[in-house]
Write a protein that binds this ligand. Structure first.
Ligand code: ADP
Ligand code: ZN
Ligand code: ZN
Length: 730
């Protein structure tokens, strides 16, 4: 019997560190193994030890042996393990749970998996020499078909349904063999001639050397995808793989079809969470084994191993769906950048409205920017944006006269309109429209949120509370009220005032069914809709064809919000919806109802000035000490009782304060109730940790999980906590 040595195994359990198991024969890092863990049998992944965790002082006599090495597949590749380890470190999430989030479901079980051999069959010399007799029709037909060249199992079955059995026999008898298919020569579908701007961008991207992030800032329809396709064609010609990340909502059959038509001889693998487990796993395995040429998928596909990776594209890089909101709270764009750095390759981030994080990286010279300023197709122009000042106009249930008139005119001309309702939901800020005062926190740069029931203003950053003032503290005007009020009834009002209009509502309810979007597209493109009405969902990259009018209602609610990202989101959403207006022969019109017509955000929209407003927002963030000029992490806790969540966070804060965070350059605020304080019958509160130095914040975070595990135990099962690094939502 060989000497038993301990190895480290990462397991899908909510505990930091890895677990020691014994093995007699050496096992490689990345091997999947089956182990017993308490009363259960679980799948584990052998990893190199995490420095300082889980290796010290094991008692060899008490350790269990690995039950079985699941070696139907080779050990998971180094690039996959390295990315998972980085994600685990950066998001402060247990390595085991991180690895198992990154793996497709089929590889998470303690079951061996084999990759079906899909190589084609060919006859050997012996097979060629052994012609079947004429009376064995099926056998002869297959034998004759194979004279013309190798056949896959599927192709062989078209010759005869008995092909499976026949080929297995011939394989066993040495009459047939598996052959590695010759690399199919690259074929390219039809492509339009690039315009000057696209050509300039492509030339720059082609010359990219080593690791380099690029921002491709192009207005909607400016031909960004066309640029990606040209770059991918070059990767394919060089036998390299490309990873394309897209937001959930944009991964449409139309997009996949566009890729398939452009690269008809290449293997394109699609990865998203709604695929059947088997399908997802086989695509994943093909990518890992170098047999997929392009992987196109949503955020989870960032983990797909790609041994020949040559290029990463992140389309609509600003989109919120790249950030996972539970479990491993990773940002796929950020992990993709890390991956590109490690692989020493280019990564292209495309957007019409890039995130401020990316804009800041361009400013700092870390990312290079390329711009596409015109629509690629036809002669469509940018829409005319006009503000409707609602301070001096009477509103009928929230609708102004100019908006109603504009809608009626479109109806009469049988043109489609879109009404965008900005609904922020739960966290209104109080404002004075007379002088512009808003309820800011006296202790930090956050806005105070009004809680009407208790007549209180509350800071969700530091926890400060004060009564709602009766009049404006600056100018004395008694007419102060929560911003963005009154958008709730707009939809029904619209239908009542324009009874002849065919209104289609798009919101979470109407789009939750699986094929809801197909139905919506069918109606919209089939001319069955006069007015599209909807909330934030409309601002994502949908193709609604051309609209001649976009009206935005309730936009003001995003100007001054307790969530410091609200104005960035509002600006980006309004730019995106405005981008839907306009036809070849006439520019579209965008009307924005507002009580703040002098706000710089609206001025920038009227001038189509993304860069100017992004720069203004960035300097605001810098002054307020908000990301991207600082780095944040949220420690969240929830419990059926707010008191318990708060007590836990207060203890966490005391423990953190004992580490003297100020000396390390980290500011801690709270506990404060979360912006959405009550969710699913649980009360939620949070601590904010922030620092101008990413490194300083992370050194403090490193010490948190073990400390919190201990604290949480004393609170029992009712309490849950989580850490969100670079949180996007408050
Ligand atoms: P984006 O990704 O920026 O939204 P797309 O690449 O999808 O833009 O292009 C928008 C439309 O314009 C598509 O129908 C595309 O086929 C077309 N298009 C792109 N580039 C060109 C071009 N150089 N000439 C003509 N049409 C183009
Ligand atoms: Zn005032
Ligand atoms: Zn505050």
């Amino acid at each position: 019997m060989g000497e038993r040595k301990p190895v480290q195994v990462a397991i899908d359990v909510p505990l930091a560190g890895t677990f020691s198991y014994l093995t007699e024969s050496p096992v490689m890092a990345g091997a999947r193994v089956s182990v017993s863990f308490g009363p259960r049998r679980l799948c584990g992944v052998v990893v190199t030890p995490i420095p300082g965790v889980g290796v010290a002082g094991y008692d060899a006599a008490k350790l269990k042996c690995i039950e079985m090495v699941l070696d139907g597949l080779p050990p998971l590749p180094e690039e996959f393990l390295a990315l998972a380890r980085f994600a685990s470190d950066y998001y402060h999430y247990p390595l085991g749970q991180t690895l198992f989030t990154a793996l497709p479901t089929g590889l998470r079980e303690p079951r061996d998996v084999r990759r079906p051999d899909r190589r084609p069959f060919a006859l050997t010399e012996a097979g060629l020499a052994d012609a079947p007799p004429a009376r064995q029709k099926a056998r002869l037909a297959l034998w004759q078909a194979l004279q013309d060249g190798p056949l896959t199992q599927a192709q062989a079955k078209e010759v005869t349904p008995q092909a499976g059995k026949l080929l297995a026999d011939w394989l066993a008898e040495g009459k047939a063999e598996r052959v590695t298919p010759e690399a199919t020569p690259l074929r390219l579908g039809e492509a339009p001639e690039l315009n000057d701007e696209q050509q300039t961008a492509l030339t720059a991207l082609r010359a990219s050397q080593g690791f380099q992030p690029w921002l491709l800032h192009g207005v909607t329809g400016s031909g960004k995808t066309e640029v990606y396709l040209r770059l991918i064609a070059e990767q394919l010609a060089a036998r390299r793989q490309t990873l394309v990340l897209v937001p959930e909502i944009n991964l449409t059959p139309q997009l996949i079809d566009r890729f398939a038509k452009r690269f008809p001889a290449s293997r394109i693998v699609v990865q998203h969470s709604n695929l059947a487990d088997g399908e997802r796993m086989h695509g994943w395995l093909d990518a890992w084994h170098g047999e997929a040429d392009v992987v196109i998928g949503t955020r989870l596909s960032v983990f797909t191993p790609l041994p020949r990776l040559g290029l990463i594209v992140v389309d609509e890089e600003h989109d919120g769906s790249f950030k996972q909101q539970d479990g491993l709270r990773y940002h796929a764009r950020d992990l993709a950048v890390w991956r590109a750095r490690r692989a020493g390759i280019a990564i292209v981030l495309g957007s019409a409205t890039p995130s401020l994080e990316t804009v800041a990286n361009v400013e700092a010279g870390r990312y290079q920017k390329l711009a596409l300023t015109r629509r690629a197709h036809g002669a469509a122009r940018l829409p005319d944006v006009r503000l409707v000042d609602t301070r001096r106009k009477k509103l009928a249930e929230g609708l102004s006269e100019p908006v109603l008139e504009a809608l009626k005119a479109r109806l009469a001309r049988k043109e489609m309109s879109l009404v965008f309702i900005n609904r922020r939901g739960f966290a209104p800020v109080v404002a004075c429209t007379a002088c512009g005062w808003t309820s800011g926190c006296p202790h930090c740069s956050a806005k105070l949120v009004v809680h009407l029931m208790e007549r209180k203003l509350r800071c969700h950053h530091c926890g400060w509370e004060e009564p709602v003032p009766r009049a404006c503290p600056d100018c004395g005007d008694p007419d102060i009220k929560p911003l963005g009020e009154g958008t709730q009834r707009l939809e029904s009002a619209l239908q009542r005032m324009l009874p002849e209009a065919r209104v289609l509502r798009i919101d979470r309810d109407t789009t939750s069914r699986k094929d809801a979007w197909d139905e919506i597209y069918r109606k919209v493109h089939g001319g069955e809709v006069d007015i599209l009405v909807g909330t934030q969902m409309l601002a994502k990259g949908h193709d609604f064809g051309t609209l001649s009018l976009v009206a935005a209602l309730g936009a003001d609610g995003g100007l001054y919000s307790a969530d410091f990202r609200a104005s960035e989101r509002l600006f980006s959403q309004l730019m995106q919806v405005a981008g839907r207006a306009g036809r070849a022969d006439a520019p579209g019109e965008v009307l924005i109802q507002t009580q703040w017509p002098d706000h710089p955000l609206y001025h920038a929209l009227v001038a189509h000035d993304f860069d100017g407003y992004a720069a203004a927002l960035l300097s605001e963030r810098r002054q307020a000490g908000f990301p991207p000029s600082t780095f944040q992490a949220l420690l969240r806790a929830d419990s059926p009782e707010l008191a318990q969540a708060t007590a836990f966070l207060r203890q966490a804060r005391e423990a953190l304060d004992a580490l003297d965070p100020m000396a390390q350059g980290v500011l801690i605020s709270g506990p404060a109730p979360a912006l959405m304080a009550r969710l699913a019958q649980r009360e939620r509160a949070q601590l904010v940790l922030e620092s101008p130095q990413r490194g300083a914040l992370h050194r403090l975070l490193d010490q948190l999980p073990p400390l919190l595990d201990g604290l949480a135990k004393s609170h029992g099962r009712a309490l849950r906590w989580s850490l969100d690094v670079d949180p996007q939502d408050w």
